[in-house]
Design a protein around this ligand. Structure first.
Ligand SMILES: [Zn+2]
Length: 379
């Protein structure tokens, strides 16, 4: 149903009255919002403010892709969810909150990981994608799929006190994510929110910039961030702007694209660059059998305070090059972190330094808590 055929109910006329009195929105714009379909990838830090304000604004269909449960450590920034929701699937918590805010909005729940096998089908059901993911494989995937589907991909990312946003839309004249970053950074070099931390308000600000851009695109009004990257520094309270250009050689949106369908993004981002690894069950077996194991934890001290595995020696990854001499080079060594990413890098580093018996603990302390010791606090 196109916007011209959409009628607003009496309730909606009252609900959206502040929109209806704006010449830039009016009944026509409100009908466009009602006809619009927006897909939010992730119901987390960026997805929370985005979904809340999209619902409040009366966007007709909001899709959410997520497969996580609400964790206590999410609530510092993921304001879609409440304390009573801890342990519930984020999608259910989000649906309840959004329906409470605006029952006129259709909330479509996609309880899955956004992946090469479902991304094209998902994006096809929407007009605009708001990317609220926190990892490179998903970011490249959402970029590529949006380029192929000719849908704007509203981008945001946050790091501690800083964040940035733009709209990737080659079909509207701007670049795509790959024009800027043809290759992902080496795995482990860019810490995620869990590792680096983030000021809880930051995803609020950046998520709302993404939402403003989304609403402008729906209304067809104003100047969008297509071709511009907006950078925000909360410490200096400064916004800076960078002009972005399309790369004619871009493998996805360029003149002679070489990537025309979803690839294996985990592999592309080096996430499956295998280092020798053992499972948490194997480690448990070795510890129970009193086999000599040098257990190394490469997380940050604050993480070890939340949860640790007994006997593990703590050397944060960034200190490891300087402190590797504190370790026994020939001992059977098992390295763990939170989920296995940083420790994979540590194992590579140790093996390069001659530790031929270094192994990664698959799934990190997260898997240990899930499969071996439920008394270990998850975070
Ligand atoms: Zn491109």
């Amino acid at each position: 149903m196109g916007p011209s055929e959409i009628q607003l109910s009496g309730e909606e006329r009252v609900r959206y009255s502040r929109h209806l009195s704006m010449p830039e929105v009016g009944a026509r714009g409100q009908a466009r919002l009602k006809a619009a379909r927006v897909l939010c990838i992730g119901a987390g830090g960026l997805g929370s403010p985005a979904a809340l304000y999209l619902a409040a604004a009366g966007v007709g269909k909001i899709g959410l892709v997520d497969f996580d449960d609400v964790d206590l450590s999410n609530l510092q920034r993921q304001i879609l969810h409440g304390t009573k929701d801890v342990g519930r699937p984020k999608l259910q918590s989000a649906r309840d909150r959004l329906h409470d805010l605006n029952p006129n909005v259709r909330v479509a729940l996609h309880d899955c990981r956004f992946s090469s096998s479902n991304a094209l089908k998902l994006v096809a059901q929407y007009d605009i994608v708001v990317d609220g993911c926190d990892n490179f494989p998903t970011r490249y995937l959402s970029n590529d799929v949006c380029v192929w589907a000719r849908k704007p991909n509203v981008y945001g990312s946050v790091f501690r006190f800083e964040g940035q946003s733009t709209v990737f839309a080659p079909h509207l004249g701007g670049p795509c994510y790959r024009c800027l970053f043809p290759e992902p950074p080496p795995p482990g070099t860019v810490p995620n929110c869990a590792e680096a931390g983030v000021l809880g308000i930051l995803p609020g600000i950046i998520g709302l910039i993404q939402t403003v851009e989304t609403i402008k695109l729906i209304l067809g009004t104003g100047e969008s961030l297509v071709g511009r990257l907006l950078h925000f520094d909360a410490r200096k309270m400064k916004f800076r702007e960078f002009n972005l250009r399309r790369d004619p050689q871009c493998p996805v949106c360029g003149e002679t694209p070489t990537i025309t369908e979803p690839i294996d993004y985990e592999q592309f981002c080096g996430m499956t660059a295998e280092v020798p690894a053992i499972s948490v069950q194997e480690l448990k077996g070795k510890l129970d059998a009193h086999e000599p194991v040098q257990l190394l934890d490469v997380r940050e001290p604050f993480e070890a305070e939340i949860a640790h595995i007994d006997r593990a020696k703590l050397i944060p990854l960034r200190d490891l090059p300087d402190r590797a001499n504190e370790l026994d080079r020939v001992a059977y060594t098992v390295v763990h972190c939170h989920t296995g990413m940083r420790s994979a890098k540590a194992v590579q580093l140790l093996r390069d330094a001659g530790f031929t018996n270094a192994f990664n603990l698959k799934g990190g302390i997260d898997a240990w808590a899930d499969e071996i010791d439920p008394a270990v606090q998850k975070y």
